[in-house]
Ligand binder design. Sequence first.
Ligand SMILES: [Zn+2]
Length: 183
Amino acid sequence: MQVFRFMNLPDRVLAFDELPEELVKDFELCKAESFPRYWKDWMGKKKRTIKPPPERDPLTNTIRKFEPIVEEDHFFYLVDGRLGPSVERWEKVAGYVRQNVKDGYILKEDISAMAVPLAGNKTDGVTLEPEDVPVIPLKKELILPPKPAELMKCKDCPKEFENKRALRMHVMKKHPAKEAAAA
Ligand SMILES: [Zn+2]
């Protein structure tokens, strides 16, 4: 499950079960630090990778690079309506959700309007309970087994081959009379 947090006064939240990683990987993440334990347990943990920028050492004038840092914590996916890239990322999610919502679940025209406020007003702390956060159910991605290659059957014996060339080689070797007849 992924919990989206829309910046507002107060902030509003909406959850999805479960968006493809590809769609959510570029969102800014916001730690649920001030949230009670049961909220964090409900949200579950996510990983985020921080890539520290390279630094120039002024003494040796060399560039120092750093390994990416992987952090695992309870995160919200942040949507800031004042920032173009954030709005674009959200629009992609909304488009995906419209296409992939579970049959029978009714979405509002503006999906972000389904988010509910974390508090009664902007001065309250969090008063919303996790069970009151709408969780939009999505169709599960179907993972199909790899399609078996279609095999080509030899007309003169039970053998099967992956392609025409292999079949022709087989016919030349094993059934030379047939090969001559076909030519
Ligand atoms: Zn054969």
